[in-house]
Design a binder for this molecule. Structure first.
Ligand code: F3S
Length: 373
């Protein structure tokens, strides 16, 4: 892989962190036949919850000595930084999680803990970025038209510290062409969960039979990336690059129907983190009715403060709106028996990561379940 003089200097730097970061980028680049590195405008790092990275991850982070060169955000942590006690998080866990965040802060990373960084600051069309959160990667590539490969957590951090990432895969326009036409019916989150297993590495060209909301596309992408390897999709008439390539001739149909029942003792929304529009929709669906079951919504602190009035009304009805974390990366959900979700991604991960049973329903059904008692 071609390296500029400055990149070569960094590869031989006396600073171990810079040297190691360059080694990671060069290794990833060479494995993927990248010709060179490309400058990035932002990075997003996953692997933030202490529950996921543990002491080994914390030690590695503590050994780093450097600063990020581009605006860098973080994925959700294992708890709401303010309301962790209310979530049932232990003092020990809190302290370890805070150590992880302190290290990131020293590296210059913004302590905004969300998997929807695009609601905070939206990359521009065509920009090269290095993101490591599968749902955000699909969103950025598909809905925004920014360019990122599926970066691993340490790879995104290395890219943030160097300010560059290897130029291959989805950074190159011709690799972004759709490979299969997929007609989608029914619930998009369920279709994503089912489709991910079937589509694996394909770049689907979706055709919908009805108008879809932005947040439904977000749920679709997240589920596709969780049960499969999807990094990007096109949606006819919607996504910015849908007309740029020939429409694939191979066609399949996916029906978004997921039957998964258990009696929920917790209902969770916000995988990926909710937008303001979703918060408003939930409030509308509740229509003044109080919830009779634990009903948790996960969002980013930015959306939370922008929609403070909506959040207040939701909380008056008994809903808990948490920030900085989610039902999958927080250990808080594992004390429940059956968790109901409207997310194909949470549906995919909750049983293995939190050892709970999962029920699936659309947003309306989740709300009805919560008020039913
Ligand atoms: Fe986000 Fe957690 Fe889902 S990080 S995409 S809410 S699993």
């Amino acid at each position: 892989m071609y390296l500029t003089k400055e990149e070569e200097r960094m590869l031989n730097s006396e600073n171990e962190t810079i040297r190691k970061c360059m080694e990671i980028l060069v290794a990833v680049g060479e494995t993927n036949d990248a010709e060179r590195l490309v400058e990035i405008t932002s990075a997003h790092i996953s692997g933030v919850s202490y529950d996921n990275i543990g002491d080994a991850g914390l030690e590695w982070l503590e050994s780093l000595d450097g600063r990020v060169r581009v605006p860098t955000t973080l994925n959700p942590a294992g708890m709401d930084l303010k309301r962790w006690r209310e979530m049932g998080i232990s003092e020990d866990f809190y302290e370890n999680q805070m150590k992880v965040l302190e290290v990131f802060e020293k590296l210059g990373v913004e302590i905004v803990l969300t998997c929807t960084p695009y609601y905070l600051s939206r990359p521009k069309f065509g920009e090269h970025i290095a993101w490591a959160e599968s749902s955000a990667i699909v969103y950025a590539n598909s809905i925004i038209g920014a360019r990122t490969n599926r970066e691993c957590g340490p790879c995104a951090l290395a890219a943030a510290i160097i300010g560059k990432t290897p130029y291959y895969g989805l950074h190159i326009k011709e690799n972004r062409a759709p490979t299969i036409t997929v007609k989608i019916k029914g619930n998009l989150a369920a279709a994503g969960y089912i489709g991910g297993k079937e589509l694996k590495d394909e770049i689907p060209y979706f055709v919908f039979e009805r108008e879809v909301e932005e947040w439904e596309l977000k749920l679709l992408g997240a589920a596709l990336a969780a049960s499969g390897n999807t990094v990007m999709f096109h949606a006819e008439g919607i996504t910015p690059e849908w007309e740029d390539f020939e429409k694939p001739s191979e066609k399949i149909e996916i029906s978004g129907e997921l039957k998964a029942e258990c009696e929920p003792d917790l209902i969770t929304i916000g995988c990926p983190h909710t937008s303001g529009q979703e918060l408003e929709t939930i409030l509308k669906l509740l229509d003044g009715r109080k919830v009779k079951k634990e009903f948790w919504i996960f969002t980013s602190r930015k959306v939370f403060s922008e929609k403070r009035d909506v959040v207040k009304k939701l909380e008056t009805l008994g809903v808990k709106v948490f920030n900085d974390t989610c039902m999958v990366v927080s250990p808080a959900t594992q004390r429940f028996e059956c968790v109901m979700v409207n997310s194909g991604k949470a549906f995919n991960y909750l049983p293995s990561m939190r050892k709970v049973n999962v029920a699936f329903g659309n947003l309306k059904r989740c709300v009805e379940e919560a008020v039913k008692g």
